[in-house]
Design a protein around this ligand. Structure first.
Ligand code: ASP
Length: 290
């Protein structure tokens, strides 16, 4: 059997002292489900889409069903997906009323000549192509694990993401978010920006979480990919960008998988909800420092 790897993230906003047993159990089971697919020969692009769609629909994280409203009182979602070998990419920004933003992002990648659709246009595209819509938005969204009603009046945040290497050597990445709590209407973070929140090429697949404005201004995922391509160790490349995010005043968590199957998960926040498993990497699940 060839090498494969999968890494998942559920956001870099966990609060020390709160209980994340439920998200750890969920991430652990999902990593195993992704591993089974990779062992069975599924493509990394399908596996990251599957993983992120599951993370969106479970309501445990700040993405999809677990998203909080913007300062105008309604939920806007961002997501993106990228296929390493072809650099094909799709994204949706500030989209409302769709159950799975990442599935719509994949639709943008495959059914349009564009990389990103935003707002009403993205929703119209989702409608036209039969993506599942939320029927009763007033009763659909829930508070995710570890988030209180008081939190959503503050500038906190969360995201989900997945990066994978499949047995044919293809890398892929996907990321989805409800964004920062109380964000301004129309605000778009790093998550749907290819090269900021999500990147995949022949060498590495990367998914970021954290304060999106700082991730964008640090160069984000593409800065890591370029350092890695230039010869830096993957962990050093990630740490350099995390240091720049910190210098700018932000916090972040970053997961990455390389073409050799190496898995790196790093953060400069209190914690990062994360899980990973690979052919050479035993199952690893954690929220805070081990
Ligand atoms: N990066 C996301 C955003 O700024 C939020 C997060 O990852 O927690 O929209």
């Amino acid at each position: 059997m060839s090498r494969y790897s999968i890494a998942l993230q559920g956001g870099a906003g966990p609060v020390p002292g709160r209980d994340y047993t439920a998200t750890e159990a969920h991430l652990s089971a999902l990593a195993r489900a992704c591993e089974q697919r990779l062992v069975a020969g599924y493509r990394s692009l399908d596996v990251v889409e599957f993983a992120v769609a599951e993370l969106e629909s479970c309501g445990l994280y700040v993405a999809g069903k677990g998203s909080a409203p913007n300062s105008a009182g309604y939920v806007e979602l961002d997501a993106s997906i990228m296929h390493g070998p072809t650099r094909a990419a799709g994204a949706v920004a500030a989209i409302c009323k769709v159950v799975s933003p990442v599935r719509v992002a994949r639709g943008v990648m495959q059914k349009t000549p564009h990389v990103m659709l935003a707002g009403e246009g993205a929703l119209n595209f989702a409608r036209q192509h039969g993506f599942e819509l939320i029927k009763d938005a007033a009763n659909y969204f829930v508070l995710p694990v570890g988030v209180t009603a008081e939190d959503i009046t503050e500038q906190k945040h969360g995201t989900v993401g997945a990066v994978a290497l499949d047995q044919s050597g293809e890398l892929a990445a996907a990321t989805s978010t409800g964004g920062t709590f109380m964000k301004l209407e129309g605000r778009v973070g790093d998550t749907p920006m290819i090269g900021a929140g999500t990147w995949a090429d022949d060498d590495v697949a990367i998914s970021c979480t954290g304060t999106g404005e700082h991730i964008i201004r640090s160069g984000g995922a593409i800065a890591i990919a370029q350092l890695f391509r230039a010869g830096a160790l993957l962990q050093d490349a990630i740490d350099q960008v995390l240091a720049e995010i910190k210098r700018l005043g932000g916090d972040a968590g970053i997961i990455a998988v390389s073409k050799t199957g190496e898995i790196v998960m790093r953060y400069n926040s209190h914690g990062l909800k994360r899980a990973a498993v690979g052919r050479q990497h035993p199952l690893e699940v954690a929220t805070f420092a081990n």
